[in-house]
Design a protein around this ligand. Structure first.
Ligand code: ADP
Ligand code: MG
Length: 413
C-alpha cells in the first residue's frame, strides 16, 4: 500500500547563519513498506524526522530524493496539482495540532474536506460528526470545543472521503485520558475496517496497538519490532488464566483479570475473540462471591499488566481456545515437574520463570517426550491436574467432559 524507496528529505539551511554544511537531513535514505491494512507506529526522539515522514507519505511535502508509492502511484515526482489530487483521494490526516479552520464550524470544517474531494454533502458530514460523538456540536466553532472534541472533528474530517490510508501525527499527544481512549477506539475501528494506518506516537502503550513499530533516529530507521509474537504470548497467558479460573469454578470478569503482557487485557480479549479463542458476554445477573483466587503456577510471580475496570463483562473459552489452553497448561505443568523432579531446581520463582518460558516454545513432540520421560504424571508439583496428551493413553475426551461439567456448575452459581 505504501512503499518508500531510498527517500531523503533535506531542508536547506538558512544560508546566512549556518552555511551550506548546516543542511538538515530530516529523512536520510529511508526505505519502508507498509502493507495494506497494516497499522504502523512510528516512534523516535523529537526532531528525528517522524512528522517529515508522515508529511511526505501524505503528499503535504515532497522528498528531495527517492520514490514514494501510494496505492500503486509514485507521488514523489508528480505535479503540484496531482499531488493535491493524490492527497484528497488517498489520504486522511489526523494531526496533534488539529489544524481546524478557526472561523468555520465543525460541520464546515468537515465539508471543506469534501470540497477538496470535489463534492459536498451536508448530511454525510453530519453523519461523520455523529459517528465521532459530536452530533450536538456540529455548529460550534473550534474555539468552543475542547481539545478532545476538536481532535474528533479532525478524525471526522480525515474520514469523510473514505481514505485507504490514515496518517496520524501524535493523535493523542494533547488529550486527557478519556479522550485518548475515544480516539484510540476510533483508530482501532479504522484498522478493523482494513485501512492502512501510519501513526506517530511517543507513548509505548499507544504504539502497542499497532501491528509493528519503527523507530527513527536522525532521519534513519534505527529499530523495527513486529508485535505479533508478543501478542501470541499474551494470548497464551490469558488462556492459561481462563483455564485456571475455570478449574477453581470461578467466572472470569475481564475487568478483574491480571495477566502479563503489553496490551490492556480488554484489548487482548477483543483480539482473541476475533481469532475465535474466547467469547465474551455480559456478567450474569446472579451475585457471586469473588473467591480470592491465585493461579498456583503463577503465585511466585507478580503479574505486571494489571487490568482496571469493573466486572460487567465476562470471558469464556471457545472449544478452540480450550484446546489451545489445555496444551499450554500441559506444557507449563510438565515443565514444572521436569524442573522439580528431574533437575531438582528448588527456587520456586526460578521454576516458574523457566516454566513460563517453556510453555511458549515446547513443540508437541518435545512435550510428549517429556511427558513419557516423567511417566505421564497426572499433577504438577502444586497438585493441579496436567491435561493428558496423545502420549498418555488417557481419554482425551475426558478432559473436555470434565471441563464441561465445571462450566455447567459455574453457570448455576
Ligand atoms: P519529529 O516529528 O520527529 O519531531 P520533524 O520531522 O518535525 O521531527 O523534524 C525533523 C528535522 O527536520 C528537525 O531537525 C527539524 O528541525 C527539521 N525540519 C522540519 N521541518 C523543517 C522545515 N520546514 N524547515 C527546516 N527544517 C525543518
Ligand atoms: Mg513531529
Amino acid at each position: 500500500m505504501i512503499t518508500l524507496n531510498h527517500v531523503s528529505r533535506v531542508y536547506p539551511a538558512q544560508a546566512e547563519t549556518t552555511g551550506d554544511a548546516g543542511n538538515i537531513r530530516a529523512l536520510d535514505d529511508v526505505s519502508l513498506q507498509v502493507d495494506p491494512g497494516e497499522w504502523l507506529a512510528v516512534m523516535g526522539p523529537s526532531g528525528s524526522g517522524k512528522s517529515t515522514l508522515v508529511n511526505v507519505i501524505g503528499c503535504l511535502d515532497r522528498p528531495t530524493a527517492g520514490e514514494i508509492w501510494l496505492d500503486g502511484e509514485n507521488v514523489a515526482r508528480i505535479s503540484a496539482q496531482d499531488l493535491n489530487r493524490a492527497r484528497a483521494e488517498k489520504v486522511g490526516f489526523i494531526f496533534q495540532q488539529f489544524h481546524l479552520i478557526p472561523y468555520l464550524t465543525a460541520l464546515e470544517n468537515v465539508m471543506l474536506a469534501q470540497y477538496f474531494h470535489s463534492m459536498t454533502d451536508e448530511q454525510e458530514a453530519l453523519d461523520a460528526l455523529a459517528h465521532v460523538g459530536l452530533k450536538d456540536r456540529a455548529r460550534h466553532l473550534p474555539a468552543q470545543l475542547s481539545g478532545g472534541e476538536q481532535q474528533r472533528v479532525c478524525i471526522a474530517r480525515a474520514l469523510i472521503n473514505d481514505p485507504k490510508i490514515v496518517l496520524a501525527d501524535e493523535p493523542t499527544g494533547n488529550l486527557d485520558a478519556i479522550n485518548e481512549e475515544i480516539v484510540l477506539r476510533l483508530l482501532r475501528e479504522l484498522h478493523h475496517q482494513g485501512r492502512t494506518i501510519v501513526m506517530v506516537t511517543h507513548d509505548p502503550v499507544v504504539a502497542r496497538l499497532a501491528d509493528r513499530r519503527i523507530e527513527l533516529h536522525h532521519g534513519k530507521i534505527a529499530e523495527q519490532e513486529v508485535f505479533a509474537m508478543a501478542d501470541e504470548e499474551q494470548f497464551d497467558e490469558v488462556l492459561e488464566e481462563l483455564w485456571a479460573v475455570a478449574e477453581h469454578g470461578e467466572i472470569a470478569e475481564i475487568g478483574r483479570m491480571e495477566v502479563h503482557g503489553a496490551l490492556p487485557v480488554s484489548i487482548a480479549v477483543e483480539k482473541m475473540a476475533a481469532l475465535g479463542l474466547v467469547s465474551s458476554r455480559p456478567h450474569p445477573p446472579e451475585a457471586h462471591n469473588h473467591k480470592p483466587f491465585v493461579n498456583p503456577c503463577h503465585e511466585a510471580l507478580k503479574p505486571s499488566g494489571v487490568s482496571t475496570g469493573d466486572g460487567s463483562m465476562i470471558v469464556e473459552l471457545t472449544p478452540r481456545g480450550r484446546q489451545r489452553a489445555a496444551d499450554i497448561i500441559r506444557r507449563h505443568r510438565l515443565a514444572e515437574r521436569l524442573f522439580t523432579d528431574s533437575l531438582a531446581l528448588d527456587s520456586e520463582s526460578e521454576i516458574e520463570q523457566q516454566a513460563c518460558k517453556f510453555e511458549h516454545i515446547l513443540s508437541p513432540e518435545a512435550t510428549d517426550k517429556i511427558c513419557a520421560f516423567l511417566g505421564h504424571p497426572r499433577t504438577c508439583p502444586h497438585g493441579a491436574p496436567i491435561p493428558p496428551g496423545p502420549c498418555c493413553g488417557r481419554n482425551l475426551e475426558g478432559r473436555d467432559a470434565e471441563f464441561a461439567t465445571r462450566q455447567v456448575e459455574k453457570t448455576k452459581l
